[in-house]
Structure formats: structure tokens, C-alpha cells
Design a protein around this ligand. Structure first.
Ligand code: ATP
Ligand code: MG
Length: 681
């Protein structure tokens, strides 16, 4: 790959760790990081077995720590970790802390969509509820290895449901509750789930979503191929079945607004099943390499993949990454804004924090409701010290300027995390300066559903950060940069990001599709795990994710990354968001086609187009002056907030056949883009 250094001098600025987090950090110097890192990759067994000692295993580990094959030419790809041990992740999340006298610690502060609606739950209470629901599932015949589909909003019952599955060895498959009936049904079918868990409905902002209705449609859509025998519904909008006292929940809404169709052969109310269920439930002790959950990827690049994670490796990795990346200590209040329907929510709302005995905020709502200062009001309300969100949220809040942020103090904040897409240096700087008052560490965490946890990330107490760089590998991760023909690039340079050896939390396969697993991640460069992202390693060894390999653009023989061009566009004060794709060009091979969303109140004019073209030309080089700049009132995004460039490529080409868009949040933006296309040659 031939793109130049994507960092400009401004972006090469280095920021020291925030003072507060540095002082108390587990890892407070780069020397210490290097020492731990070295052990983690040269003697993974010694490194991880020290960590494993903090967890409860029913049967202890013996034999090799890792057993694996990464080379497709030598046979099937597999990874096994602590194979002979047995454990239960739910026990390690809950019982272990309760037995250690931490039962009264708050596990979650639940903050509803309505700012008046809140409650909390301790570790002990959570354990009781999980045991009760485990017994409910068992009474319905659910047993180890069965798949349970979960289509629930961000309520405590969602955490209870997933942990109950984990406790009895059932495999949960959580589907984000913003998906349509078709998307839900295809996931139910793919994993052949017999049971579906849902809620009556949920408010997202001011919009009421009739979840139960959608769940019914999904059951109906798959009924000829697969029968869902039981659907359990939480009465969320009208009642709160886990709380002893509901009178303190002013956000309760009248049930008449929620339509809850009922099929008595299939449907059961959660709160009725829970009545009288026992709070005692012996966990199912699972072998390390037995499955924990299936989770579908976001679908940014194509049909979602059902990623399968197993028990022990995922447990060790979720806990360790959460502890070190956020430098989590007892007393911290941690808030991850993701939805549990995504991997970020699995690892960094449920499993990682609970494994570390953390206190977290579980937020049901959206960042702009009732106004764009909602996150910061939550930060002040609970005195959040560690905060984790996505670049798309940062960019959407940036559009409203600094005032909504400055209404709140945010003085408790120490670490600000980001995940999901490359964060443009402009957004990074705003996050750092405005949100973080210039005294927090920004942790730009690169990882995937497939990796289970962070693989490239700063450690907040020691890593000097550069805006837009995910910095260095986490413990146990051995990255390399490969050229087009598979040679490892030494020193600075760019190419394909790959990983050379397994780490505990990596995926084990694509559920029911080992062939797609091997083809997607191990075929292109035998011997390596290939995540599909491009990256640049700079002179100081920092890693910069340049975007997806599939999205790279070849202009007159120069391979350009999307992040590189988009970051230049977004630096313009009028631009709020940008997405760049290639459009076939008879001479250049591909021409740059840029979509820009503007800051509130800015007009799209020919002068602006000229300025933007000039800016890219000046920053990157004359060869890559954009041919087209199109105004985009909105960009097509996955429901997890990622830009779908494959759809934009079709808009650029005028091709209305835009492929699988089941994961797109709002399809109407695409119609607008088709009608808005600038004059084409
Ligand atoms: P699909 O695999 O179905 O196309 P997806 O890749 O968006 O969807 P996820 O597992 O949710 O599904 O996202 C992982 C991807 O998100 C990474 O491969 C990378 O492209 C992007 N990503 C995540 N974090 C970062 C980050 N910090 N910097 C840059 N890119 C990131
Ligand atoms: Mg992916």
C-alpha cells in the first residue's frame, strides 16, 4: 500500500496521560507496560495464569495454556485456551463478589430514557434475580448448549437474562432492540433459538417502540422453518418486576399506549414466571472451550457474521482489558454508552465490569434526549470517572457546540474511551479539550466483535497518546503490518493489520459456518488472523487504523484510506461528518467522491465545495483532489452508528441495487442522497 503518513504535524502532537489516572494507575510507566507486554507475548501461560488465579475454577487447568492452528495450509483453524479447566462466568461475575463480602456494592445504576426514571441494583440482588431467572429457564426445559434469543432494551432484566443463560450454560444470542422483525428472525433462524426474550416496549427518546409486536412478527416470519416455542416478555413500560418498591419510579408510563399482542400458546410474562422462583441455582460448570454466546457483527461490510465466543478465554480477556484499559479501581463509577446488543455492551457493560466487581451506569436512552447534554448530566449525577462512547456520538454532539457540555462540570472524569470507527483527530481534540477539560486520557480502543476485547489501545495511566491513533497492542497481542504480497513491513509503513498469535478472548468460529470463519479471517495471509482493517505504523511505533481494507480507494495508483481523507474534510469548521468512497474513473482508476454533513445552520455552496477540494489537495496531494463533493443531510449508518461506505459507493455510481441493508439504521437517507447527487460527467 502506498498511502503516505496520514498524520499531519498537528496530529503528531503527543498528549501525556491525565494526571489523576496516572497517579493511581496499575501501569503508570511505559517501562512497566513494556515489561508486562513482553511477558504476555513470550510467556502467555505465565502471564495469564497469574490473572486466572483471581477467578474461580471448578476444575483447575492442566497442560498447555494455548493450543491452536492459525495456518490454513496445515489443517482446520482452531484456538483452545485452558482446555481442561471448568468454570462458570456468571459465578465469577456475581457469586464470587458476594462471597467476598461485596454483596452490598451497587452493580448498576440504571438511568432510564426519561431523566426522572432511575433505580439501582446491588451484586447480591442481581445474583438473586439471576438465580431466579435461571430456574425459570430450567423449568421451561432450557439446558446447556440451547440457544436463547434476547431482544430487549437496556434494562436490568437484559443483564439478568444474559447472566442466567451463562449460569445454566445456555448460549445467548442478543439482538439489538433497534433491529427490524426481518433482522431478528434471520438471527433466530441462523442460531435455531427455541426461546425468545423481549419486553413490551421501550421509549427511545420520544419514540415508542413496540418490541413485543416486532418480536411476534419475527416469530411469524420464521415459523415455517423454525418454531419458537416460548416468548417471555418483560413488562417494562408499566411495571418493574425486579424492584420491591416501584413507587419511586415516576417515569412509569400508562400501559394503554403499549400494544402487547398475546398468543397464549407461546407467550409468558416475565414477572409471573419469576413469582416464587427460587434464589438458589447451582451454576452449570462448563469446560473452558464450551460456548458462551453468539453475537452478530454490525454488518458494515456485508451480511452479519454470527461470532461465537467460548467461556474461559473470553472471561479472562474481558476482565483484563476492562481493568487495564479503563484502569478500573473500586470506587470508580464507570459508564459505557453502548447498547448491550453490540459486543461493546457484552464485554464492557456486562461481563468485564461485573468480573471486576465494578459499579456501572446502565443507560436506556439516547445522547440527544431530552437535549444534547444528557451524557454530561449523567456524568455529574453519578460522578462518572471512566466514560466510554463511540466517535459517531462524539461527532453528533460536536455539532451542537460546547454550550451543552459546559452546562455540567464533568470534574469526576478521568478516562474517556472511544470505539467503533477511526476517530478523526478533530473529534479526538474536541473530546479531549471540551469534554475532558484537557485533563483526561483518551483511550482510542481498536477491536472487533471477533476479538472479544481491546486489541490495540492506550493504557490511560502511562501511554502518551496521539489524536487518531489506537497506539499500542494490549497484553498478549502481537500485531504486524503486511504488504499486499504478505510480507511483514518492518518499522514505519502501512498495509494490512494482522495478528500473529492467539489471545484468550478471540472468537472460536462463526456459528455453524467454520468455512466462512476460515475464509474471512485466515485465507488471505496463511498463518495470520486478518481483521480486515488497514493500518499505518509511524516512526514511534504507534498504530493508526486507516479504515477497512474493502473501503480503500485507488487513485492513479495511490492507495488511499478513507480515514485519511475524511479527517481532512472534517477539519473544516463547516463540516460535521464526512465519508469518502471511490467512483470508477477512466483515467485515474478511481476518483474521490466525498459526502459531507454540515454543522447546524451552514449552507452548502459552490465556494464551500471549492474550499473542501482545495483542502484535500493541499493536505494529501494534488493527485487526490476530489472529483465530487456531495451534500449529505444524513449518512447511511449501521444501527451501531458506523458509516456504511459500501452503500455510498452505490450512490456515487448511481446504482440503486444497494445490497443487504438490513442493518442500516435509517434507509430514507439513501433516497435523499440519490436525489441530491451532484452533476456527474
Ligand atoms: P461487519 O464485520 O459485519 O462488516 P463491523 O466490522 O462494523 O461489521 P464490529 O465488530 O462491530 O462489526 O466492528 C469492528 C470494526 O469496527 C473493526 O474491524 C474496525 O473496522 C472498526 N473499529 C472499531 N474500533 C475502532 C477504532 N478504535 N478505530 C478504528 N476502527 C475501529
Ligand atoms: Mg467486521
Amino acid at each position: 500500500m502506498a498511502s503516505g503518513d496520514m498524520t499531519s504535524s498537528k496530529e503528531n502532537a503527543i498528549f501525556p496521560p491525565g494526571e489523576a489516572v496516572h497517579k493511581a494507575a496499575y501501569v503508570s510507566s511505559m517501562e512497566q507496560y513494556h515489561k508486562m507486554y513482553k511477558e504476555s507475548v513470550t510467556d502467555p501461560e505465565a502471564f495469564w495464569m497469574k490473572i486466572a488465579k483471581d477467578f474461580y475454577f471448578k476444575e483447575q487447568h492442566s497442560g498447555k495454556f494455548f493450543d491452536y492452528n492459525f495456518n490454513i495450509n496445515k489443517g482446520p483453524i482452531y484456538v483452545k485456551c485452558m482446555e481442561n479447566a471448568s468454570t462458570n462466568i456468571c459465578y465469577n461475575c456475581l457469586d464470587r463478589h458476594v462471597k467476598n463480602g461485596q454483596g452490598d456494592v451497587t452493580a448498576f445504576y440504571w438511568e432510564g430514557n426519561d431523566p426522572m426514571d432511575c433505580t439501582n441494583i446491588t451484586y447480591k440482588k442481581l445474583l438473586d434475580e439471576v438465580c431466579k431467572f435461571s430456574n425459570v429457564l430450567k423449568s421451561l426445559g432450557v439446558k446447556k448448549g440451547d440457544r436463547v434469543a434476547i431482544y430487549m432494551p437496556m434494562i436490568i432484566e437484559l443483564v439478568i437474562a444474559m447472566l442466567a443463560c451463562a449460569r445454566i450454560g445456555a448460549i445467548h444470542s442478543i439482538v439489538f432492540a433497534g433491529f427490524s422483525a426481518e433482522s431478528l428472525s434471520s438471527r433466530i433462524l441462523d442460531a435455531e433459538c427455541d426461546i425468545l426474550l423481549t419486553a413490551d416496549g421501550v421509549y427511545r427518546g420520544s419514540k415508542l417502540i413496540h418490541l413485543k409486536q416486532i418480536a411476534d412478527e419475527a416469530i411469524n416470519l420464521c415459523k415455517d422453518k423454525h418454531k419458537v416455542s416460548t416468548c417471555i416478555t418483560v413488562r417494562h413500560l408499566t411495571d418493574n418486576s425486579f424492584s420491591d418498591d416501584v413507587s419511586d419510579r415516576p417515569g412509569k408510563r400508562p400501559c394503554s399506549k403499549v400494544q402487547v399482542p398475546w398468543n397464549s400458546g407461546v407467550d409468558k410474562w416475565w414477572h409471573i414466571l419469576m413469582e416464587g422462583a427460587s434464589t438458589e441455582c447451582e451454576p452449570e460448570w462448563l469446560k473452558s472451550e464450551e460456548p458462551l454466546f453468539i453475537l452478530y457483527t454490525s454488518g458494515s461490510t456485508g451480511k452479519p457474521k454470527g461470532i461465537l465466543h467460548h467461556v474461559t478465554g473470553y472471561m479472562l480477556y474481558a476482565a483484563t482489558t476492562h481493568k487495564y484499559t479503563f484502569d478500573y479501581h473500586a470506587g470508580d463509577i464507570y459508564f459505557c454508552t453502548a447498547d448491550i446488543g453490540w459486543i461493546t455492551g457484552h464485554t464492557y457493560i456486562t461481563y468485564g465490569p461485573l468480573l471486576n466487581g465494578a459499579t456501572s451506569v446502565l443507560f436506556e436512552g439516547i445522547p440527544l434526549f431530552p437535549d444534547p447534554s444528557r451524557y454530561w448530566s449523567i456524568v455529574d449525577k453519578y460522578q462518572v470517572s471512566k466514560f466510554y462512547t463511540a466517535p459517531t456520538a462524539v461527532r453528533s454532539l460536536m455539532k451542537f457546540g460546547d454550550d451543552p457540555v459546559k452546562k455540567y462540570k464533568r470534574s469526576s472524569l478521568q478516562v474517556l474511551g472511544t470505539v467503533g470507527e477511526p476517530i478523526n483527530p478533530e473529534a479526538w481534540m474536541w473530546y479531549h479539550k471540551v469534554i475532558g477539560n484537557s485533563n483526561c486520557t483518551i483511550v482510542d480502543t481498536f477491536w472487533q466483535t471477533e476479538t472479544g476485547g481491546h486489541v490495540l489501545t492506550p493504557l490511560p495511566g502511562c501511554t502518551p497518546t496521539k489524536p487518531g491513533s489506537a497506539t499500542f497492542p494490549f497484553f498478549g497481542i502481537v500485531p504486524a503490518v503486511l504488504s499486499e504480497n504478505g510480507e511483514e513491513v518492518e518499522g514505519p509503513g502501512d498495509g494490512y493489520l494482522v495478528f500473529k498469535q492467539p489471545w484468550p478472548g478471540m472468537m472460536r468460529t462463526i456459528y455453524g459456518d467454520q468455512k466462512r470463519f476460515e475464509g474471512t479471517y485466515f485465507k488471505r495471509f496463511p498463518g495470520y488472523y486478518v481483521p480486515g482493517d488497514g493500518c499505518y505504523r509511524d516512526d514511534d511505533g504507534y498504530y493508526w487504523i486507516t479504515g477497512r481494507i474493502d473501503d480503500m480507494i485507488n487513485v492513479s495508483g495511490h492507495l488511499l484510506s478513507t480515514a485519511e481523507v475524511e479527517s481532512v474534510l472534517i477539519e473544516h469548521p463547516s463540516v460535521a461528518e464526512a465519508a469518502v468512497v471511490g467512483k470508477p474513473h477512466s483515467i485515474k482508476g478511481e476518483a474521490l467522491y466525498c459526502f459531507v454533513t454540515l454543522v447546524d445552520g451552514i449552507e452548502f455552496t459552490p465556494e464551500l465545495v471549492k474550499e473542501l477540494k482545495e483542502r484535500v489537495r493541499h493536505s494529501i496531494g494534488p493527485f487526490c483532489t476530489p472529483d465530487y463533493v456531495q451534500y449529505a443531510p444524513g449518512l447511511p449508518k449501521t444501527r451501531s452508528g458506523k458509516i456504511m461506505r459500501r452503500v455510498l459507493r452505490n450512490v456515487a455510481r448511481g446504482n440503486h441495487d444497494i445490497g443487504d441493508v438490513s442493518t442500516m439504521a435509517d434507509q430514507s437517507v439513501v433516497d435523499v442522497l440519490f436525489t441530491n447527487r451532484p452533476e456527474q460527467d
